[in-house]
Each structure stands twice: as structure tokens, then as C-alpha cells.
Write a protein that binds this ligand. Sequence first.
Ligand code: TNX
Length: 519
Amino acid sequence: MNFRLLPSLLFLLVAGMVSCVHKPQPANSSLENLIPMPVSVKATGGTFELTTGTSIFVEGQSQDALRIGQYLADKLKPATGFALNVSVASGAPKPGNILLVIAADTALGEEGYELAVTKDLVKLTANKPAGLFRGIQTIRQLLPASIELTGVQQVPWKMATATIRDYPLYAIRGSMLDVARHFFGVEDVKRYIDLLAFYKMNLLHLHLSDDQGWRIEIKSWPNLTTHGGSSEVGGGKGGFYTQEQYKEIVQYAADRFITIIPEIDMPGHTNAALASYAELNCNDTATKLYTGMNVGFSTLCTKKELTYKFIDDVIGELAALTPGPYLHIGGDESHATKKEDYIPFVTRVQEIVKKHGKLAIGWDEIALTKLQPNTVAQYWADSANSKAAVNQGAKIMMSPAIKAYLDMKYDSTTKLGQHWAAYIEVDSAYSWNPATLVQGIGYENILGIEAALWTETIATMDDIEYMVFPRLPGYAEIGWSPVAGRSWDEYKIRLGNHGSRMKAMNVDFYKSKRVPWAE
Ligand code: TNX
């Protein structure tokens, strides 16, 4: 034994004992497993128990708060079996209850909330209804994972006591679902919306038209759906949303404080329209429906006046169905459109969007044109385009294909998906910062982040879930949580403990070997 080492050995021994004493709570304690990680969590060491005697009270007469309280009651009912009463509070609530309050706290912004859980009361306060709704997702995550099961569970419904203050880093956090390459019905879209809501996301971008199908009823151009909606990749029967169904989706999303951005992709990615109306083609001949996976071969006839009448009608009907500020005009991969035609086309389409009272958003190629003030460019692959957009004063939606394309395979063994941009394992999907990814695009230039699911190879809801989970919770965290202290090594523990929640929600997720899944 080298005695000169003795002091250091003793030090190590003592340090080890001290660190044992200070060991953090067991890793599966729910306070430590919130996704996205809140801005601040102060644990107070006790527990609150939800029982059959719990009621949900709302301070004041806010109809929004009552509706959100009912949403919470409905979420808690299947697994607890409790029919929690929701009503306006009269006086201070008795122990054991949940209280929802809308009160001015401007630091919390549109979507922030403060959640104070004591052994007697769960008090959720927000500046705005959206904040209450986001805070309710935190309440769900503080309860045992079995709260997400659909049958009654005999478990104590305990929550750790704490004070949480929380608000998002970026104004927009969301996902795109391509319902054009494969069509997904209203029920699938609603489930997708519910999953986004659980992670405090606030945007669903629906890619409603492409070469393989047109998915939204346009009353002034009915053949778009009767013919153009009848195909999809692989030759399936396709489908489309009637305007009534689409309104139902928009309302379902709005009830969850999620904005729908509808996309009509143009001038390329338009074969379904070109197959539906001969007159939209420069040679007045309708194309055939397309069920393959190629991109970049179709274009609207940019020189025909009728094309702009068509766009005006489509945008007009879509704007009337869209309460949100943005309409997405696509603009990507227009390889069949000459550059000298593309530029005036996109310029004019932006005018049409403006005329109908909306703001345009388009894939990063639109930065080749003169952008209207408030037009947003969506970065997917080309940093030069995106910087050109920033130089014009535009904001950027961050959807880098190499990090945030949900159709990219996890690794070479993934059966679904593509890999032209990258293999995106769960750690890679999480380990990037939108504000430093592209030189010249900083936090102040970024409107938000959006993870895109293209569906050439994705045909069922199970396929969707497998590609989206468990990457989506990571994007939700990148969009919501503070950057300081963020690390994959810390996050992967939370994600691993979160597996039981996805399982309880019946989400068919990819069990990445890089995540330490808890039993
Ligand atoms: C590129 S990203 C596309 C889509 C494809 C996707 C497949 C973008 C704006 N366009 O048309 O579906 O790749 O990964």
C-alpha cells in the first residue's frame, strides 16, 4: 500500500458516503420525469392524493376554465373511475381538491402556468386559458403512468408536492403530418392531435395536397377530391376530408390550443390537381393519377391566368376554414418549373394569401422570391435559402431534415421510412439547438420548430406512432424547455422512465437501445 495515497483514499471514501446521503430521489419519481422539462420545479417532499372525493373548482366565471376543467375530469376518469365534479368555486376549496385559476401573471405569457401542489390542494394558475391547458398536461405526468390506461386501476393516485413555474422557449412547437402520400382519416388525426397536446405542442401542419392525392374538399373545384382524392402511394383508395370533417379537425385542435396550418403545395407537387382538371395543364391534357414516390416532376401552368383563378378559389375556401393566421403554400422541389416562372408565381401566390387575410408560409425555396412582410420560410435543407429569408426580415420555422424529419429511419435496420437526409436515432433527434444549427439563424429569427412526418412509406396509425415516438417528446422539449443544462445523458433517463406512459397510451413506439427503458 502506498501511504502517500491514504489521504486521497480517505477523501474518496468520505465523498462517496456524502454522495450516498445526497442521492436524488428514485429515478421513477414523476417530478423528475416531466417532458418537456419545466422552467422551474421546486419539490417540497410531500404527496397529494386524488380520491373519489376530489372535485375540480374554477375560480371566477371563465367558460374556458370550466371547459378545461372538464377536459381534465374526462382525462382522469377512465383509469381512476372517479367522476370528478367540475364547478365554479365559492370560497376557498376544502382539502383534497383541484383549483383552476386564470389570473394576470404576464411573466407566464400565452401558454405558461404555475402549478402549486401541496398535500391539501392542486392549484393551477395561468395568465390565459392555453396556459391552464398546458399545465393540465403536467398534472397528468405527475400522476402514475397508469393514469393513461382506459380501464379502472386500483392504485393510490398520488402526486409529489411541488411548485412549478413553466412557459415555452419558442412560440410555435409542432409537427407536420403528410396526409397526401397516404390518407389518414379524422380519427387518426384526432389521435395525433391528442399526442401533440400531451407534449404541450401547439401546431399541426397538415400537408393536404401532393402528386399522389388531394385531401381537402374545395366546393368550387369538386373534381380535386372526387378524382384527385381517390389515389395514394401504393395504389390504395386514398380519401379526403369534407369541409365539415375538416372543420371538426380544426375545432378539435382549437379545443386543445393547437393551431392547424393547412398546406396546398405548389407549383410543384401538384399532379393530383393536374389529373383532376385538364385546363390546369399547359397542354390542356389531364395527367394520370400517380401512386409512386418520386418528387419534382409536376408543375402548375404558371403562365395561364386560369391557374391564378384556381389558386384564388382554393386559398379563399381554405382561408374561410382556417382560424389560424397561416396558410402554407409549399413551394418546395419545383424542379419542373423554370426559375423565371417560379419567382413571379410565388410572388403572386403570396399576394393571394394576403388578399384572403392570411400570412403565407412556404418551404425554404420561397426565399428565392421577394417575400411579403411576415411571410415565414420553413428551413428543411438549404441554409443559403433560409439565410436569404432572414436577410429579407422573414422568420424561420425550423424543420431541418437531418434532425427533425420523422420519416427518416432510426438506423439501417428500420423497416419504414427513408434515409436520404440521415439516419436519426433518438439521441440525434434530441441533440441539437435550433438557434445554433445554422450559422446566421439565431433565436430571434426563429418562429418555432416543427417535426415533419412525410408518409410515402407510412400507411397506418401504427406506422405513424412507430416513427414519431419516441422522437416527438424530444422535439417538444427542444421547443419548450430552457437550453441551459440540456443533455442527452440526463434526458434519456427521463425518456426511459416515460416509456410506461407511452405504453399506457397504447403508443406503438420504437424501443431504441440507446434509451434505458425502465420496467
Ligand atoms: C422532401 S422536404 C420533400 C417531400 C418528401 C420528403 C421525403 C420537402 C419540402 N419535400 O416532398 O416527402 O422529402 O423525405
